[in-house]
Design a protein around this ligand. Structure first.
Ligand SMILES: [Zn+2]
Length: 564
């Protein structure tokens, strides 16, 4: 069925409440596994139908924000959906209490209970009020950043509109863009300090309400982490400092030499890899879509089927047009087994990312579309980023189709940026752990801490004295995860450490052999933990310092051998 032909029926929330309450009762009363399983499967189908209707309403609202019908449906859903949670929880409690757990685990895997248990222990009624306050503070942060109208070259730019100018081939122009951004942030610095101070205090209190010493254990539960804790993450960061930082510094030195500079460099030169500017896609949006179809067709039978399904069924909407919502996401329509990609092409290399990174997420969802239960179709955040970042490396062999003559430069900058990203991500993570560990730090102490940690993780970077805001140690305030998704970020580093192993396999054993391992990783969906998936693909744990050392050395040797 094409996306445009999917019938939309308004969800009946009153009937859904009755359904979940009754299903919870029937599950508790089930006298054998067969009876309990029948109720469970009925609830699965019900949930899939409901989630599909919600996703269709959301996508159609975003495809045309001027359509009053779907705007109304969305408002209706936003109003009534939260009330259903309590009834879904009744059913989840009945499932967690089932005497047939061993039979369920034997048939559907143990992760169906693991996830539910983690989310259960991360919540109690006493957290509702602080969570509402937390939402209000996060919304204020998000509104503040979205409200930016930064004077630049006679016009006004949002923060994202300013981004391409910060990487402009002309040094003067990008320095002006960084200065404009710096001035805007400086005028909001104190509010950004105090917003985070309140969030840290609030989250610490939430952790203590649950019996923890502070926020960190709750933060790990909120991220759904089931196979590692803060100790493993701290050792990973130590290995990043030892093995990745020196390699990344060398890559930055190569790029700086091209710009006629020596390390340390300032922000204005930190995101530019070539004197003539970074690689840009060669063609129109139509050519990017055609290149994507070719890439997925040539990569494997599974990806060929996937891209035809997406393109021919209209399960992606990526072209910008009047009335369309901004931004992008990948969602899914569970009862149809279909992912959906929503994006706005902008003529930058971000457009290629939509067709490699976002489509990597969509491919994994498509591959896992028949897994029961629904909650196990997708693994944790760090594991999902391997689907997407890994797919970026498979696409490198087709970089010519996306980037034309800039293909070699693209491959170099892609690898160098991946290497330099890991220390940055570890820095963001280290900073957050320290903030939650020492909630009594003043804003000034927090900013000083950022500067100290930045010096250790990114020694190649020295903020320009004239960028007063960044030089004051507040660069972390631009990273929205720190405010909105606490302790989420190391996930990208762990995923990169695994995805780079795919990059190495592709180059050493060829795409076909590497692809079999990618499928071994993707096929189980979320029925296995992150580290189990890594092992199933025959890859090494990102927590193994020797594996990280080898990965960093391999990336650096590639960068030194091919200097376009
Ligand atoms: Zn992603």
């Amino acid at each position: 069925m094409k996306f445009s032909e999917i019938p939309y029926v308004r969800p009946d929330f009153a009937a859904a409440k009755v359904f979940y309450a009754a299903a919870a009762g029937r599950l508790r009363a089930a006298s054998g596994f067969a009876a309990a399983e029948a109720v469970f499967l009925e609830a699965e189908e019900f949930a899939a139908g409901l989630e599909t209707a919600l996703a269709v309403a959301e996508i159609r609202r975003d495809m045309d924000t001027r359509d009053p019908f779907y705007a109304g449906e969305s408002a209706f859903i936003d109003r009534l959906r939260p009330e259903l949670r309590e009834y879904e929880q009744l059913f989840e409690d009945a499932l967690l209490a089932t005497p047939f757990r061993a039979e369920f685990e034997a048939k559907y895997g143990r992760m169906m209970f693991t996830g539910a248990e983690i989310s259960r222990r991360a919540f109690t009624g006493a957290l509702v009020a602080p969570m509402q306050r937390e939402n209000a503070l996060c919304s204020e942060y998000s509104r503040l950043l979205a409200s930016a109208q930064i004077p630049f070259e006679g016009g006004a730019c949002t923060l994202s509109q300013l981004t391409p100018f910060k990487r402009d081939p002309s040094r003067e122009r990008r320095a002006a863009a960084w200065a404009a951004e710096d001035a805007w942030y400086a005028s909001h610095a104190e509010r950004l300090d105090s917003l985070y101070a309140e969030l840290v205090e609030l989250r610490g209190g939430m952790g203590r309400t649950l019996g923890h010493a502070g926020f960190i254990p709750l933060g790990y539960d909120l991220m759904g982490r089931s196979c590692y804790g803060p100790g493993e993450v701290a050792r990973f960061r130590a290995a990043v400092l030892e093995h990745v930082v020196p390699a990344a510094e060398r890559a930055c030195a190569i790029a700086a030499e091209r710009l006629g500079l020596r390390l340390p460099i300032g922000y204005a030169d930190s995101d530019v890899w070539f004197a003539g500017g970074n690689a840009k896609p060669a063609g129109s949006s139509g050519q990017i879509l055609a290149a994507a179809r070719r890439f997925y067709h040539e990569l494997s039978g599974e990806t060929a089927e996937f891209i035809d399904f997406m393109l021919d069924g209209g399960y992606l909407d990526v072209l910008s047009r009047p009335g369309k919502a901004s931004g992008g996401y990948c969602t899914s329509l569970p009862s149809l087994g279909a992912p959906f990609i929503f994006a706005n092409f902008s003529g930058t290399s971000g457009d290629v990312d939509v067709m490699t990174h976002e489509a990597g997420h969509a491919f994994a969802a498509y591959t896992a579309r028949n897994i029961v239960p629904l909650a196990c179709r997708s693994p944790g955040y760090e594991a999902c980023e391997v689907h997407s970042i890994g797919m970026e490396y498979f696409a490198e062999a087709w970089a010519g189709a996306f980037f034309g003559e800039a293909a070699d430069r693209y491959r170099w900058q892609h690898l160098a940026a991946a290497l330099a990203f890991i220390p940055y991500g570890a820095l963001v993570d280290h900073f957050q752990h320290e903030c939650y560990r020492r909630p009594d730090m003043t804003p000034a102490r927090r900013n000083a801490l950022w500067l100290e940690l930045q010096q250790a993780y990114m020694p190649w970077l020295k903020p320009e004295a004239e960028l007063g805001y960044l030089a004051s140690g507040r660069a972390w305030q631009r990273q929205r995860h720190i405010y909105q998704y606490p302790l989420y970020y190391i996930d990208y580093c762990l995923a990169q450490a695994v995805a780079l192993q795919f990059a190495r396999l592709i180059s050493e054993e060829g795409p076909a052999a590497a692809w079999r391992r990618y499928m071994a990783y993707a096929r189980p969906g979320g029925t296995r933990s992150f580290l189990e998936l890594v092992a199933l693909a025959g890859l090494r744990s990102p927590f193994d310092p020797a594996a990280l050392e080898q990965t960093a050395a391999w990336v650096l040797s590639r960068l030194e051998a091919s200097a376009p």
